[in-house]
Structures are given as structure tokens and as C-alpha cells.
Design a protein around this ligand. Structure first.
Ligand code: PLP
Length: 459
């Protein structure tokens, strides 16, 4: 009998609710603060930046939030996504570990980002918004949002981090194909961009700078709202369709993960796969080891400080309590553009601080080595971001081999790398390098955290 490698669900199994981890946490995630008052940010202020429905989701403590039927209907195009057993990778590694991966590269944008883009575009349309502005790193989020905006007839303006704009020209083309307007960031179109360029005319940008530019854009026009591709509670919430489906698929496989692994940029795909399993554990279910993986060049969870900081460089966002490297920190131009963010989702930071997960870093060359190993075994070319999860999975599987134990490892393959082939070419030419954790720069960025006396930042 041949062994199964693919676990598929029918469309009726697309989750009807998003899962909100807040309902199961003993210590709730600290709210965003308005730095001018030191108090939790007022709803009216949040609603000037985000669509109303999105703000409701952001602040909710309900365990299950219904997915609007039109959003579910659109998700039928690529959901439920497949779950695979990586039998050929297991063989290549000669490991007793059972390796499973959930594959989000089947969405129109080629990554998990579409799960949230559609939900956000829907809420903006419902609120009567006409135009949205956003940031994008590698361009995955920008392409997902531009496409979702097409479905609902919204305009999109996308500030794309300059180094990615140069590294990934096809992503720009995809966003424009879907009707988006793409602006390399830092740009001369906003005060935030100009301020950065004045200091460093050759600045290659960061997600923090691009977010400042997008928010400034939003505050200029009525009927315009901001969309964020990661970090915030509602984005993590939208991604929980991944883990809910994976639970059913692991059940079909007659297995349960001992370890769940995801790459962490702002934390949304990691939360998406991990939170439903973590919730089960918090409600008294099976134990599970949850592992977040970040680049050595941008190690917020492993080397950052757990403190209130801005989500952007100019300080236009509310302050969020998170593991941060400082909002002025500009990470090295690694090819995993989606992981170049100075902070980490407040919910993930909260569960990290409570010891409910662990985190580690990987170096760029190990990431690409693992990506190639995986692609040669399984035939799927991973996005450099996703390959961080693969590198950690391979390490865990080899650890199993060393110790002679068979664990079930589940990782999220957050997207494909078809638009990242230039990075692979550079890897094969030997042009890529590792980046060590830039201690001094981070110390400098951390010395400028906002002061929020009421909430413990003024130690
Ligand atoms: C954006 C992106 C990431 C990182 O973002 P998270 O919010 O941490 O998930 C990871 N993988 C892919 C493919 C991405 O596009």
C-alpha cells in the first residue's frame, strides 16, 4: 500500500470562525497606548486609521469571531489549503521524525497574506472606504492587498521598501497588474520619507519607514484607511484559518504535532498555524512545543526588549507592547524582506514573555541551503521567509535522528518563492552572506523608545 502524502479537506471545512487566542490567555495582551496621554488608544483614533470592522476585531476578547460569508466565499478559491507529509525530505534526512507542512503558496498572491487581505478589503468596503494605503516588504502583502482591492473595487497605494523594490521587480509588476500604485520607500512624497532621506539619501528603507509613509498618506485624505499585513491582533486572527484546518488534517493523518514551527516577521503566519494548537493546550488539551524562527539580522524575539514601542519609524502609530529592536532600527537587506521588521506582534510577544513558546534565529546562508534541500526533495520552491521555518524543521528532524526519537513536526510553508528567483541565483553565485546581529545599532535604536510612564517603560 502506498503511503499518504497529501491531506485535503472539502470546501465545507473552511473554518466558519476565526480563533481569538485572547479568550484563552490568563494574562491578556496589553492594549495599544496613545503616547500623548499614556492611556489606551481611544477607539475613535483607531477608527481614523483603520476601518471600523477591523478595529472591532482588533479589540475583541471573544474566542470565536464569525468569518463573513462573502470572505469565506472568496477564500474557496484556494482554501482549504493542502497539508503534506514531507516523506521524501524525511528520507533525505534519514530521520525518524514525521514532517508535515501546511502549504499557503496556493493562494493567488502565493502566500498566506491573501487570507487577511480579503478580510481587510471586505471591512473597508463595508465601512464605505474608497482607498487604502499600506506598506510592503518583499511585496507579498502588497500584491495580496492589491488583488483583494480589485475584488471589492477599492484603490490601493503601496509603499514598498526600497531594497525589495530593487531586489524584486516582478513583485512591483504584479501589484501594478492588480491596479495598485507602488511607491518605493523612503519616498519624497511624505514628510516621514523626506526626513529619512535628509539623514541618509541612500537609505534602502525598512518596514517601519514604509508604515509611517502609508499612515501619513491615510491621514491626508478622507475615506482612506490604512491596512497592515501583520503584527496586529486582527491580522493574526485572520490567519487562524491555517491552524484550524491543519488540526483537522493532522487528525486525518492520525497524528498530532509535537512541535509547530513558523517563520516570524511580524508574526501573522506563525500565529496562524500555532494559535489554534496553543489554544487547545491552554484549554487543557495536548502539550505542544511552539517554535518561532527569525533572521539573525533582525532578531526581535530573541534579542529585542519587551517594551512599549511605535510600530513605525516616525512614531505615527500607537505604542504597542512588544519585543522590539527599536523603531529606528534598519535591518540589513536580507532577501527575506518580509521578516525585516523591528518589532513582533504584541500577542506573540505576550505568549513569549509568558514562556508559552520559544524562538531562535537562523542565518541567511543556512536559510537558502535548507530551501534548496527542501525544494529538491519536495518539488516546491519556498519563499526565503518560509525557508526560515524549513531550516529550523531540518534541525529539529536531525536532532530526532541524533537522539533516536520520532517526533511529529508541523511547519507552515507560508509562501512559494517563484518571484524570489533572483535571490536564489545570487545564492548559487556565492553572492549572499550572513549578517550578525548588529549589537551597537540595536542598542542605539533601543535608547530612543517612547516613554510611557504608566506602563513601565520608564525604568
Ligand atoms: C510576509 C511574509 C512572512 C512574514 O510575515 P508574518 O506576518 O510574520 O507571517 C512570511 N512568509 C511569507 C511568505 C510572507 O510573505
Amino acid at each position: 500500500m502506498s503511503e499518504r502524502v497529501k491531506y485535503l479537506l472539502d470546501e465545507e471545512s473552511i473554518p466558519k470562525h476565526w480563533y481569538n487566542i485572547e479568550a484563552d490567555l490568563k494574562i491578556n495582551t496589553p492594549p495599544p497606548l496613545d503616547v500623548s496621554t499614556g492611556k489606551p488608544c481611544e477607539v475613535a483614533k483607531l477608527e481614523r486609521i483603520f476601518a471600523k470592522g477591523v478595529v472591532e476585531q482588533e479589540l475583541s476578547r471573544e474566542r470565536y469571531i464569525p468569518i463573513p460569508e462573502p470572505v469565506r466565499e472568496i477564500m474557496r478559491q484556494w482554501r482549504p489549503s493542502p497539508l503534506f507529509r514531507a516523506r521524501r525530505l524525511e528520507k533525505r534526512l534519514d530521520t525518524p521524525a514525521r514532517i508535515y507542512f501546511k502549504y499557503e503558496g496556493v493562494s493567488p498572491s502565493g502566500s498566506h497574506k491573501t487570507n487577511s487581505a480579503v478580510a481587510q478589503a471586505f471591512e473597508n468596503k463595508r465601512a464605505g472606504i474608497e482607498k487604502v494605503a499600506t506598506e510592503t516588504g518583499a511585496g507579498q502583502w502588497g500584491s495580496a492587498l492589491a488583488q483583494a482591492c480589485q475584488i471589492f473595487g477599492l484603490e490601493s497605494r503601496i509603499y514598498m521598501v526600497k531594497c525589495s523594490y530593487e531586489q524584486k521587480p516582478y513583485r512591483k509588476a504584479i501589484m501594478e497588474l492588480f491596479g495598485g500604485t507602488v511607491i518605493p520607500s523612503p519616498s519624497t512624497m511624505t514628510k516621514a520619507g523626506l526626513a529619512v532621506l535628509q539623514k541618509d539619501p541612500y537609505c534602502r528603507g525598512s518596514l517601519g519607514i514604509a508604515i509611517s509613509e502609508a499612515i501619513e498618506d491615510v491621514l491626508k485624505y478622507d475615506k482612506t484607511r490604512y491596512c497592515l499585513g501583520s503584527v496586529l491582533n486582527h491580522v493574526l486572527l485572520h490567519q487562524t484559518v491555517i491552524g484550524q484546518e491543519a488540526m483537522k488534517q493532522m487528525d486525518m493523518a492520525g497524528d498530532y504535532p509535537d512541535i509547530v514551527i513558523g517563520a516570524c516577521g511580524g508574526g501573522s503566519n506563525f500565529a496562524g498555524i500555532a494559535f489554534p494548537f496553543l489554544g487547545e493546550k491552554l484549554r487543557g488539551g495536548k502539550d505542544v512545543d511552539i517554535l518561532g524562527v527569525e533572521p539573525a539580522a533582525c532578531p526581535s524575539l530573541t534579542a529585542g526588549k519587551y517594551a512599549y514601542d511605535f510600530g513605525d519609524t516616525a512614531g505615527l502609530t500607537p505604542a504597542m507592547k512588544m519585543y522590539t529592536l527599536g523603531s529606528s532600527f534598519i535591518p540589513a537587506a536580507v532577501h527575506a524582506g518580509g521578516l525585516r521588521y523591528h518589532g513582533m506582534a504584541p500577542q506573540i510577544s505576550n505568549i513569549m514573555a509568558q514562556g508559552l513558546m520559544r524562538a531562535r534565529t537562523v542565518q541567511q546562508l543556512d536559510v537558502f541551503k535548507s530551501a534548496v534541500e527542501f525544494a529538491r526533495a519536495e518539488g516546491i520552491i519556498p519563499a526565503p521567509e518560509s525557508a526560515h521555518a524549513i531550516a529550523a524543521t531540518i534541525d529539529e528532524a536531525l536532532e530526532c535522528k541524533k537522539n533516536g526519537v520520532s517526533k511529529a513536526i508541523l511547519f507552515n510553508l507560508s509562501g512559494h518563492g517563484h518571484v524570489d528567483m533572483a535571490a536564489y541565483m545570487e545564492y548559487f553565485c556565492g553572492n549572499l552572506s550572513n549578517y550578525d546581529y548588529p549589537k551597537e545599532e540595536i542598542a542605539m535604536a533601543l535608547s530612543c523608545l517612547p516613554v510611557c510612564r504608566e506602563n513601565g517603560n520608564a525604568e
